[in-house]
Design a protein around this ligand. Structure first.
Ligand SMILES: NC(=O)C1=CN([C@@H]2O[C@H](COP(=O)(O)OP(=O)(O)OC[C@H]3O[C@@H](n4cnc5c(N)ncnc54)[C@H](O)[C@@H]3O)[C@@H](O)[C@H]2O)C=CC1
Ligand SMILES: O=C(CO)COP(=O)(O)O
Length: 344
């Protein structure tokens, strides 16, 4: 049995704590909200986020020093907007060696940093290569019910990825490893943009054909950007790529899909975000991806269209028309070329 700290007591931090607790670990679940820590410890519930009982080997803390005392691993699961702030606080109090794992999905606008890069910048004693990401098709609501789920853990230091695999794997939570942290983090972050698009499409009343097109062509542009940055194209065909795209674009659990759905029905972005009350990572990541696409000179028409709906008040129907009337082209052009270039 190991003692592990999970930083972030929202939906995903709580669900991952349950996986670790089921594996017999002692879990210190940290929240920045004192009232939430007290409620979790007293009622064994975290009702705002999940409708399940919290196992007795999870203890909630609102003081970070206490939460990380004697732990061998720290799992960071806050929205990407809060990563730097939380890591700065962690850096002030962490004075022993731990395995750092994160499970957040996003890219920072302006700096265009991935989460592992942000963490390494804020933690003095850790390099980017040390950090592990956990990502894949995994709605917290289903993980908390112990429904079959598969994810991938990745780090440049494969030994660290294997440590994470051993901590999390169990009969209902299967964990694979991958050395391609770039592809794994990009896949997890960029799929949220396409999920917003799938929600918008459903909100407009379009059907399964439109959604399948968004998923497939969305995957093509994710792979196009990812490979231009050096990711392995095959990573986008794995769990944190196409797997996560499917789960987020087709599920009512997805906050990104739900936010998109409301946008498609004509609601304003600010109202939608207030109504959600939980993080909708795609909204921030689309700014980063739009900027990335410009800088890398990579074509990302769906991402661009979603950016225009969110931040330039473009009518989603006009964007669909714009996408449908692009210049004619071969379907397999880009992805096939990328794979052929890499493997011929
Ligand atoms: N919910 C899910 O099924 C999954 C979520 N993720 C990712 O996990 C990350 C966290 O998402 P959720 O837990 O779902 O979000 P959530 O909205 O359910 O909870 C976020 C939590 O972070 C806390 N928080 C916000 N700002 C903070 C700060 N400055 N300092 C400390 N804590 C802060 C909030 O109080 C809240 O408890 C996101 O990047 C998301 O994309 C990844 C896989 C599955
Ligand atoms: O990443 C997720 C499932 O794998 C959760 O997606 P949402 O943030 O859209 O709910």
């Amino acid at each position: 049995m190991t003692k592990i700290a999970v930083l972030g007591a929202g939906s995903w931090g709580t669900a991952l704590s349950i996986v670790l607790a089921d594996n017999g670990h002692e879990v210190n679940l940290w929240t920045h909200r004192k009232d939430q820590a007290a409620i979790i410890n007293e009622t064994r519930r975290n009702d705002k986020y999940l409708d399940v009982e919290i196992p007795s080997n999870i203890k909630a803390y609102d003081i970070l020093t206490e939460a990380i005392d004697g732990v061998t691993a720290v799992v960071i699961v806050v929205p990407t907007k809060a990563i730097r702030e939380v890591c700065k606080s962690l850096n002030d109090v962490l004075n022993h060696d731990v395995t750092i794992i994160h499970a957040s999905k996003g890219i920072e606008p302006v700096t265009l940093k991935r989460v592992s890069q942000m963490i390494a910048e804020e933690l003095e004693n850790y390099k980017e290569e040390d950090i592990v990401v956990l990502s894949g098709p995994s709605h917290a609501e289903e993980v908390a019910l112990r429904q079959p789920t598969t994810v991938t853990v990745s780090s440049v230091q494969m030994d660290n990825a294997k440590v994470a695999q051993d901590l999390f794997i169990n009969e209902s939570f299967r964990v694979y490893t991958s050395p391609d942290i770039l592809g794994i983090e990009l896949g997890g972050a960029l799929k949220n943009i396409i999920a917003l698009g799938a929600g918008i499409s459903d909100g407009l009343g379009y059907g399964d054909n439109a959604k399948a097109a968004l998923i497939t062509r969305g995957l093509a542009e994710i792979a196009r950007l990812g490979t231009s940055l050096g990711a392995n194209p095959l990573s986008f065909l794995g769990l944190p790529g196409v797997g996560d795209l499917i789960v987020t674009c087709t599920s009512v659990h997805s906050r990104n899909w739900r936010a998109g759905n409301l946008l498609g029905k004509g609601h304003k972005l600010d109202d939608v975000l207030e109504q959600m009350g939980m993080v909708v990572e795609g909204v921030r990541t689309v700014k980063a991806a739009y900027q990335f696409a410009e800088e890398q000179q990579v074509e990302m028409p769906i991402t661009k269209g979603i950016y225009q709906v969110l931040f330039e008040e473009k009518d989603p129907k006009d964007i669909v028309e714009q996408l449908m009337n692009r210049t004619k082209r071969e379907e397999m052009d880009d992805l096939a070329k990328l794979l052929m270039e890499r493997y011929s």
